[in-house]
Design a binder for this molecule. Structure first.
Ligand code: ADP
Ligand code: MG
Length: 679
């Protein structure tokens, strides 16, 4: 069987199942084989009915004593099956699966797996898994049994069957993407035995060794792809800059750069003068002053005859940047324009023609900016703000588009530093590890909702002294509008003297901009909002961030939200309201109120939420792994990176015969990243 044949070549996969599998990202036989277990259960032990322990999982061997019966009960259909063993009896029941009754013939022996319950001395299994005893080999029992990620319509049993058929079909034909040299150097077993070992392990140990081997391969391929991408990006630039004096711009700022900002800026300038295309990530905690760096980089680009485009994830943020850039640059004779969805036709066509004929040098917008219909006069620098809202896929797409302007991306580092350094391997990195001087530290507290009135009284007091507050609430049942309306009504009732406004994602852009502008002018005291304000919003007069149902937010997200206050000279406060009794929430909340260091918080987030939650989110822009568990495999990741570097040092374009399979896998990775970006 051809390993690259569509999955439908396998028996038992028809159009319906094929569609379900596709939705899980499985297209061909290779995908089936690389659909790795997320866990396994030790089902080696098979017992007689008399030995089955109630309240626990058991695999019980039993004979069908009489045909199964379907009977209605409370509007449901209950299928019951009487079973007997060498000694003792038990029964199995299923709800609303009447077709199962046809499955069992009297006298046949099966193994049933599930929890055993005991009613009046009678043992019963509810909806057990089962497999005919005569099946050769047994897939679900009598061994360490893999547990796969599945979806509605595809059961564990089916998945095990697909994988078994696929493996039998390709035996001897599984190519190793890890070149032999690397495999030997790191003492790894051969690919094929690892694949069999992970799907059909003979022991827990074999499973974990096989898993580690395959995880290494996945990381290795990813690292090779990222590093190779970086090499290809390193192309000669059409926009090489001269040494540029940024002091005229700096004087407009009203502050001088911190040492960390200056270092980042020096690195950016060096890139732009190097003769090669810049591809740099600037990581800095919330409030570390990334906007000024973006503006300085734009200044360098413009002073060297180019245009700079600044891409923000939301229109609110784009408009806010526009205000800052305009006030900094207009006196220097540099023109900026904002290009966003809510412009009217006339404004839009004016903007487009100004961009095309070069009468504006700085263009700020959402990612509509990189649409083909936007024609630039001389685009020499693209800056992406809040990079974690975009992903590795977009980076790959951009890289493959063959755009050759310099690229600068800004990130508020929601992931641990070590991980960032590895997973952003396709970029050079500058880190801003310093907060501008003169900031008064934010005080953070956590209270229960019984304290809400007191917190509101405190907000009223702050407002009387010219302060402003955010009230941030989660979407309830995915209904963010209702949630914002409810909390805003409550705020109005409890703080009748204050102007309360609402902001949520479903509002149209014009209304959103209007609310933000009024908040910035101080006409609104309390802004009730969802996480739309999470990224980048800067209102230095805001001194209180009150976060409702704080347990609904991740630690890194809470940190971003807290970063909306403490941006001016005044003392600021962040108050979490939560009634959650959960231990994890308590630990998370304590960690949050104890530190304001974003890097430390991201490490903790990873620890407390576990990898599933933390990395499942596409928001982080990390590659999606099939078998790698970033939490467990972090040290292996470093080794994979070293191995990838070593391989690409020897063979930068991966053209050697020994790297052929690797080259193909890297192609596959980049192609999939690209299609993912288009979706
Ligand atoms: P972020 O890194 O979160 O994007 P911003 O660029 O929005 O942060 O900066 C936060 C605030 O800090 C802004 O009000 C900005 O004017 C101010 N700021 C930035 N750099 C400095 C500096 N070197 N000294 C004093 N204030 C600064
Ligand atoms: Mg910012």
């Amino acid at each position: 069987m051809d390993i690259n044949a569509p999955a439908s070549e396998l028996k038992n996969i028809g159009p319906h199942r094929l569609a379900l599998l596709r939705r899980m990202g499985i297209r061909d036989v290779l995908d089936i084989i690389e659909h790795f277990p997320k866990d396994y259960e030790d089902r080696t032990k098979i017992v007689e009915p008399s030995e089955a322990a109630s309240g626990e999982f058991n695999a019980v061997k039993a004979r069908v004593a009489k045909p199964a019966e379907n009977a209605p009960s409370n509007g449901k259909i209950v299928t019951s099956l009487a079973l007997s063993g060498e000694d003792g009896a038990l029964s199995a029941i299923w709800i609303n699966q009447p077709y199962l009754s046809r499955q069992f013939r009297r006298g046949e022996t099966y193994i049933f797996g599930g929890r055993v319950e005991e009613f009046f001395g009678k043992k019963t299994m509810r909806a057990p898994d089962f497999e005919k005893c005569s099946s050769k080999p047994l897939l679900s029992f009598g061994r360490i049994t893999p547990v796969y990620p599945v979806t509605a319509g595809i059961s564990q049993k089916m998945m095990r069957g697909f994988i078994k058929t696929a493996l039998d079909g390709v035996r001897g034909g599984i190519v190793d993407r890890v070149p032999e040299r690397t495999r030997l150097k790191y003492g790894l077993c051969e690919k094929e035995s690892a694949v069999f070992g992970v799907h059909f392990p003979k022991s827990a140990r074999e499973f974990s060794e096989a898993r580690a081997r395959l995880a290494f391969e996945e990381m290795f391929v990813t690292m090779c792809a990222l590093i190779k991408m970086k090499g290809e990006l390193r192309s000669v630039s059409r926009f090489t800059c001269e040494k540029t004096d940024v002091s005229p711009f700096e004087r407009r700022l009203g502050f001088s750069f911190t040492a960390a900002q200056r270092r980042a800026l020096d690195e950016i300038e060096a890139d732009m003068r190097s003769g090669y295309v810049m591809n740099r990530l600037v990581q800095g905690d919330v409030g570390s002053g990334k906007t000024a760096i973006m503006a300085a980089a734009a200044y360098i680009a413009v002073k060297n005859g180019g245009q700079a485009a600044i891409m923000a994830p939301t229109e609110v943020l784009a408009r806010q940047h526009m205000k800052f850039f305009e006030s900094a640059f207009a006196p220097l004779g540099i023109n900026a324009v904002v290009l966003v969805g809510s412009l009217n036709r006339r404004e839009k066509s004016q903007a487009l023609s100004d961009i095309e004929d070069g009468s504006v040098q700085i263009i700020i917008g959402t990612h509509a900016l990189i649409q083909p219909r936007v024609a630039f006069y001389a685009l020499s620098l693209v800056i992406t703000d809040e990079q974690h809202r975009f992903g590795v896929a977009q980076r790959a797409a951009l890289a493959n588009k063959g755009l050759s302007p310099h690229s600068l991306v800004m990130s508020a580092t929601p992931i641990p530093r070590t991980l960032g350094l590895i997973l952003y391997a396709d970029m050079d990195i500058s880190i801003i590890d310093e907060i501008p001087p003169g900031r008064v530290p934010i005080s953070s507290y956590a209270v229960t909702s019984a304290y809400r009135r007191r917190v509101f009284a405190f907000i009223e007091k702050e407002a009387r002294n010219g302060g402003q507050a955010y009230v941030i609430c989660p979407a309830i049942d995915n209904e963010e509008t209702q949630s914002v309306i409810r909390y805003a009504d409550m705020a109005r009732k409890l703080m009748p003297g204050l102007t309360v406004a609402r902001l949520h994602g479903k509002m149209n852009a014009i209304d959103k901009n209007d609310v933000m502008a009024r908040f910035a002018r101080g006409e609104i005291s309390v802004l009730v909002s969802t996480t739309v304000i999470e990224v980048g919003v800067n209102a230095p007069n805001a001194t209180v961030a009150l976060i409702e149902n704080a347990e609904r937010f991740g630690l890194s997200q809470l940190h971003q939200l807290r970063g909306r206050v403490g941006r001016g000279q005044k003392k600021s406060y962040c108050v979490l309201i939560t009634d959650s009794e959960s231990e994890t929430t308590k630990r998370r909340v304590k960690a949050f109120t104890d530190t304001t260091d974003g890097f430390a918080i991201s490490e903790l987030d990873l620890d407390l939420r576990g990898p599933g939650d933390f990395f499942g989110v596409k928001q982080h822009g990390l590659p999606e792994f099939k078998i790698v568990n970033l939490y467990r495999d972090i040290s292996a990741l470093k080794i994979a990176q070293e191995a990838a570097k070593d391989t690409l040092d020897r063979d930068p374009r991966l053209i050697l015969e020994e790297n052929a399979a690797l080259a193909q896998a890297v192609e596959r990775f980049l192609k999939r990243a690209e299609t993912a970006a288009v979706l």
